[in-house]
Write a protein that binds this ligand. Structure first.
Ligand SMILES: *Cc1c(COP(=O)(O)O)cnc(C)c1O
Length: 344
């Protein structure tokens, strides 16, 4: 099966398994796991923050960040299609007890400085005040688009002028960095914290990193414990994370594969393909006269998995376990499915 549903489906290779088996470990709740400490050092270095924290998932990283940055009852400015707002079970209401104010990020998935100023509420007797702005890069729901450093800076500057801190959901931060050919730290320069995933395109089995100032991470460590995310001999899973980070420059290959896939799919009559900026390819199936569920089922019968992404959009995601030949086969499978529909 050629699995293009997500870049989370990779399985650790021999080298990652060996790294895990050989890892030096200790009790990380006592801060005695040297491998976790090394991973946290590397994550802070790469994003140019003072400190970082290893967390079990990206969702937990985002939820911890919001909790640490905000006071109960405040408003958080979120992009209306963002993961933290749409895909985390309304966790901000539950874990941070804040209320969200969704902003339209438009084509580029990021609110303009004007939209941020307009969405801001000052604290007074009647209003809770805005406690945080969250941004997302790459923007998942909009097809992995890679937001340029200047736009991130502009949004963050607008928030800071209002004394509002900024958290960046960078689950696929390195895809964005690769697309813009900049080091990751260029994308985090003006934000106050960032979360990125080791378990997406980088191929590690588990884990995400949260980075920020020393005091932010010290508090995040307490909140991680509160949320049940304190881990013991976590070096076993941190070691593959270190290997994943060292290999982050190979994301370029995933992007080439996504281009190749999009190019192939674009030749299929009835499919409308969004040009990929990173490793995600979105295709509209309505022109085929097939709903996404039927399309994905038919594709599965031909050995390819894709995911339904809304009512008429299908998502294909390239990753470490996909090679050029898989892409060619996937295009063939889509052509076959489209041709079958045409005959019915
Ligand atoms: C996947 C993802 C997350 C959450 O990561 P998990 O590790 O699956 O909890 C957060 N934000 C974005 C943009 C994502 O794509």
């Amino acid at each position: 099966m050629i699995d293009l549903r997500s870049d989370t489906v990779t399985t650790p290779d021999e080298s990652m398994r060996a790294t895990a088996a050989d890892a030096d470990v200790g009790d990380d709740v006592y801060e005695e796991d040297p491998t976790v400490a090394e991973l946290e050092r590397r994550a802070a270095e790469i994003t140019d923050f003072e400190a970082a924290l290893f967390v079990p998932s990206g969702t937990m990283g985002n939820q911890i960040a919001v909790r640490v940055h905000t006071q109960r009852g405040q408003e958080v400015l979120v992009e209306q299609e963002s993961h933290v707002y749409k895909w985390e079970l309304g966790g901000l209401a539950q874990h941070a007890q804040v209320q969200t104010r969704p902003l339209d990020g438009g084509d580029r998935g990021i609110p303009s400085p004007d939209a941020i100023r307009a969405g801001h509420v000052a604290e007074d007797l009647h209003r809770p005040g805005t406690g945080l702005l969250t941004l997302e890069n790459t923007h998942n729901s909009r097809g992995g688009i890679a937001i340029a450093p200047g736009r991130i800076d502009a949004a963050a500057d607008a928030a800071h002028e209002l004394e509002v801190p900024v958290h960046l959901d960078g689950a696929r931060l390195f895809n964005a960095a690769t697309a813009h050919d900049v080091p990751a730290e260029r994308l985090t320069r003006e934000v106050d914290s960032v979360m990125f995933c080791l378990s997406k395109g980088l191929g590690a089995p588990v884990g995400s990193m949260l980075a920020g100032s020393e005091s932010f991470i010290a508090e995040a460590r307490r909140v991680r414990k509160l949320f049940g995310g304190g881990m013991r001999q976590a070096g076993i899973i941190a070691a593959p994370g270190l290997e994943a980070l060292a290999n982050r420059h190979r994301l370029e290959v995933d992007h080439e594969h996504a281009d190749l896939l999009a190019g192939g799919l674009a030749t299929v009559e009835g499919l409308a393909v969004q040009e990929p900026e990173t490793n995600i390819v979105l295709a509209e199936t309505s022109g085929l006269g097939l709903g996404t569920a039927a399309f994905c089922d038919a594709l599965e019968d031909h050995g390819v998995l894709a995911s339904e992404f809304g009512e008429s959009t299908v998502r294909f995601c390239t990753h470490l376990d996909i090679d050029r030949e898989d892409i060619e086969q996937a295009v063939d499978a889509v052509e076959t499915v489209a041709a079958t529909v045409g005959k019915q």
